[in-house]
Design a protein around this ligand. Structure first.
Ligand SMILES: *Cc1c(COP(=O)(O)O)cnc(C)c1O
Length: 353
């Protein structure tokens, strides 16, 4: 190692799913198969027509987007923080809220970015194993810690926990910040937003990437008590004042406005998921009950890696992790009905051989 390398911050980065540039059936990164709301596409055209907007810095407070979200969720403007995807928001939360010498707690099988941020920011952490049904064991989170984070529904398992379960974990951790990552909540059930009145140590993060079909625009947000949001903004302004582009601000507002379109696409995906659950069962796959726009499947007679590779060679991309307890599982994003039909037709051929 060269001398100058000794003081370099070294990290093992998060590995995102593949983004093939050719046309494939893409069920590997939980994107929404439907386009964003029509207003979003019009806002993009408008931006092109008024290129002058790009000459100026965007509003550093992101006021219009913050206001739209505050109105939509019936919270104060001082309770909303926006960022460049929830990855940016979550990274800011780790930096701002997790500064205890005690370890933060999160599940062993979960969003793999948590570990990466903890390492990057030198935050000690402890992973709490999910039980054999991929459920969070809430008692594991009662011990002393420097903070708690878990997604609900969890990823990549797609398992949702009811609100009283979530509240139980929060109520046992009122001396630290608890983050509930609700990237997939719109496909699932009740959000923890209603718990904000009771717990001012709670932060909820959500994203425009999944249910709102805008992964390419990079918009995420956190909702919490005014005190926590103020600390987050202080950290943000100490890092980069202009995180949100003019385009994200404009398109984000348009997406939030169109509640009807949003509910319609979410319903379509939930319907396709119901049907996909029956198809996977018919083909002999096992999986925990899915609540996100994805399903975590395993087959008793076929190696997950073999299925993954065969699918990939045939232009169908799903996600596979060659590690530990999830080695025999595939995470399959719910695409359109047609995309899923292509998947099941291939699986039937593959399994009949
Ligand atoms: C997709 C995802 C995110 C981040 O999404 P962004 O595109 O950065 O908003 C965060 N948490 C979980 C669990 C996710 O699956």
């Amino acid at each position: 190692m060269k001398d100058f390398e000794k003081n370099i911050r070294k990290v093992t980065p998060y590995v995102p799913g593949e983004q093939p540039q050719s046309r494939v059936v893409k069920l590997n990164t939980n994107e929404n198969p439907y386009p964003p709301a029509p207003g979003v596409c019009r806002a993009m055209e408008d931006l092109g027509a008024h290129g002058d907007m790009l000459r100026l810095y965007p509003d550093p407070t992101s006021d219009k987007l913050v206001t739209a979200l505050a109105q939509y969720y019936h919270v104060g403007k001082d309770q909303v923080f926006v960022g460049v995807g929830s990855d940016d928001v979550l990274s800011m939360c780790f930096l701002t809220f997790f500064n205890s010498p005690k370890p933060i707690f999160f599940p062993d099988i979960t969003y793999s970015f948590y570990k990466v941020w903890a390492d990057l920011y030198r935050i000690p952490y402890e992973c709490k194993p999910l039980d054999e049904n991929f459920r969070i064991v809430k008692e594991d989170y009662y011990g002393e810690n420097g903070g708690v984070i878990f997604p609900n529904p969890n990823a990549p398992t797609s398992v949702y926990e009811e609100l009283d379960f979530v509240e139980d974990i929060i109520s046992h951790n009122q001396d630290v910040v608890v983050i509930v990552d609700e990237a997939y909540i719109d496909f699932a059930g009740k959000s923890a937003l209603s718990l904000l009145e009771k717990y001012d140590n709670l932060i909820i993060t959500q994203t425009f990437s999944k249910a709102r079909s805008m992964a390419g625009m990079r918009i995420g947000y956190a909702i919490g008590s005014p005190l926590l949001i103020r600390y987050l903004n202080d950290a943000k302004y100490s890092f980069n004042s202009y995180t949100m582009t003019q385009a994200s601000l404009k398109c984000g507002v348009e997406a939030v406005k169109d509640k009807e379109y949003f509910e319609e696409t979410v319903n379509k995906i939930v319907e396709t998921r119901k049907w996909a659950v029956r198809e996977f069962s018919r083909l002999g796959f096992c999986f925990p009950k899915p609540s996100g726009n994805f399903i975590f499947v395993s087959h008793p007679d076929y190696d997950a890696k073999d299925i993954f590779q065969a699918l990939r060679e045939n232009g169908i991309y799903v996600r596979f992790w060659d590690s530990g307890r999830i080695r025999q599982y595939l995470r399959v994003t719910i695409g359109t009905r047609e995309e899923m039909e292509t998947l099941f037709a291939f699986l039937e051929r593959f399994m009949r051989r």
